[in-house]
Write a protein that binds this ligand. Sequence first.
Ligand code: NAD
Length: 321
Amino acid sequence: MIIVPEKEIAGLISAEECFDAVEAVFAAMARGEATNFPVIREAIGHADALYGFKSGFDRAGLVLGLKSGGYWPGNAEKGLTNHQSTVVLFDADTGRAHALVGGNLLTALRTAAASAVSIKHLAREDAKVLGMVGAGHQSAFQMRAAVAQRDFERVVGWNYHPEMLPRLAETAEELGLPFEAVSLEELGAQADVIVTITSSFEAQLKDGHIRPGTHLACMGTDTKGKQEVDPAILARARVFTDEVAQSVSIGEAQHAVAAGLIAEGDITQIGAVIEGMAPGRTSVDAITLFDGTGVGLQDLAVASRAVDLARAKGVAVEIDF
Ligand code: NAD
């Protein structure tokens, strides 16, 4: 069995390699060659923790496994990340466990890769201004992955907690782009692509904020009850997602579907666009919205790539198991 410790991940796998792995597995999902299994997520009644499993099987890449982890709100006081993730991969031919991979950094990278895939396939080619809503841990990964997809000239940002905005300013500086903190009205009026990555439970971006031609990647809503944007935006937009079942139950689309503004059949799997099975952006004025709910196959795809790289670079720890 191979162990790839969390501390090795940063030196092993790049954002580009995660992008390729996520794009490929989204396409495999659309071809019916990769399946996510039902998600388990439970409050364990200890340490205020939410614990769960995301699992699946990619028959195209023969990647079988699960990501286990969750949210431990008290971890920050212990010097640990609140979100904890570990990936276990199994041999698809025998069921034997074959790899244990630290999943914290990989989760951030695979989530950013998903919104970047949506930008590649859905945003206007001439997009110049990136709008960021959210300034938490994931926001920096999101910004870095997004700017790789278009020739962005500047970044505008808004956050519910303004004291967190320096993270966006620092990340933009690292990327060599000017940054300006703006109101939500200004953000909607200026941004060609908007990434939302918050833990909000009510709509921040309102319908009137969004102008024609905008692409939104809504990445924060991954649980029942969370919400980042006005459901009326989804009614106006062409809506895409990683997985329709998750989009309507735990994703941003849960609210628009519950309100009867859109139906499940109005939502397109992004993999179908990647594979050329469904149209992506059909006009410069269309609003496109990607509901990124986060699927287990994304985790397995990047973990499997990390295992291959660890082997190739000789940093994998091998044990008899
Ligand atoms: P974080 O705790 O570091 O940051 C939270 C962000 O949400 C900050 O910008 C904060 O200001 C904002 N926020 C908090 N309360 C808010 C409120 N009441 N209204 C509006 N904004 C509020 O979290 P993070 O690690 O950056 O993750 C952000 C979100 O992304 C979380 O909801 C997380 O569950 C989700 N997430 C989604 C995926 C996916 O695949 N879709 C993957 C990982 C994380």
